[in-house]
Design a protein around this ligand. Structure first.
Ligand code: URA
Length: 288
């Protein structure tokens, strides 16, 4: 009996497509490799030697090392553990963000920044959508698959719900500005690590500062926790006005609310989000 070649076996193509979608581009190698030190050691402007590069940036198969024996010895591990934010990258992100005096400059700085590993598995930088002159800015967590493909935040299922929620208070993408804490899709939509979040923090903080909205709305727990500097859970936080303090000292009234993806899974909680959005509408009226 002749068995078919491995690449013709049923399901294999689909499995590989699934791995690719999830950001898995390389099989296990024989020696452990410290990917975080690869990022830390890359000079600014130079791509780290990461195996998890996006499709269009992958080296040709023939150029890819196959086993540890062919790899150069891994660089020495950095002093900080991988779970601790890389202070050098956070400092660099902060410096680049501070240097941007317009949103276009900020987008350019972010596009050129190589200090966050998520950039190398994402297809696109997801910077923002909507009108930067709006009175209201909404901040989600991180792009998903659809957002990664289109390079725009909230264009998938949860984005369609968000559009309906905005419409319910008379807003749309011409009268609201939308961004995310993390501008690159985490592979397979996994939760961004604290390390990744801290590296991206300076960019979203600067983006808020440059937009300078009258009202900020955080969508979901991670965005609320980061921008309000709290560890409180979203079900406690939501519905109550808080303050986002910018680095330059401006206080922005902030309404933490539930994430549209959560509402899709828990439709009974849509009434809570509705109340929060009515609060936002009233505050915008009060401040106009
Ligand atoms: N979820 C988010 O938090 N942001 C998006 O852009 C899409 C889904």
């Amino acid at each position: 009996m002749t068995s078919s070649p491995i690449h013709e076996q049923p399901g294999l193509r689909e499995l590989l497509a699934f791995y690719s979608e999830a950001g898995v581009y390389e099989a296990l190698v024989e020696e452990p490799v410290d990917r975080f030190s690869e990022i830390a050691q890359a000079a600014p402007g130079q791509e780290p030697r990461m195996s998890a590069a996006p499709e269009n940036r992958r080296p040709a198969a023939a150029d890819r090392p196959r086993a540890a024996a062919q790899r150069p010895a891994p660089p020495p591990a950095p002093a900080a553990s991988a779970a601790v934010p890389d202070e050098a990258q956070v400092a660099l992100a902060r410096e680049l963000a501070a240097r941007a005096s317009t949103l276009d400059e900020l987008r350019e700085q972010m596009a050129a920044f190589d200090g966050c590993n998520l950039k190398f598995t994402a297809k696109n930088l997801v910077f923002a959508d909507g009108n930067p002159n709006s009175a209201v800015m909404l901040v989600g967590e991180a792009p998903g698959r659809d957002e990664d493909i289109e390079g725009l935040p909230f264009v998938g299922r949860s984005g369609r719900l968000l559009d309906r929620m905005l419409a319910a208070i008379g807003l749309d993408r011409n009268s609201a500005y939308i961004a995310n804490v993390i501008p690159w899709r985490p592979p397979g939509n996994r939760t961004p690590t604290p390390h990744e979040t801290e590296i991206c923090r300076p960019f979203i903080e600067r983006q808020i500062e440059l937009v300078n909205p009258k009202v900020l709305v955080t969508l979901g727990g991670p965005s609320a926790k980061l921008l309000l500097n709290t560890t409180e859970g979203i079900l406690r936080l939501r519905g109550n006005w808080r303050t986002h303090q910018t680095r330059s000292g401006t206080s922005i009234p902030t309404m933490p609310t539930l994430h549209p993806a959560y509402l899709l899974r828990n439709p009974a909680h849509k009434k809570l989000a509705w109340r929060d959005f009515l609060e936002v509408k009233a505050k915008l009226k009060e401040l106009s």
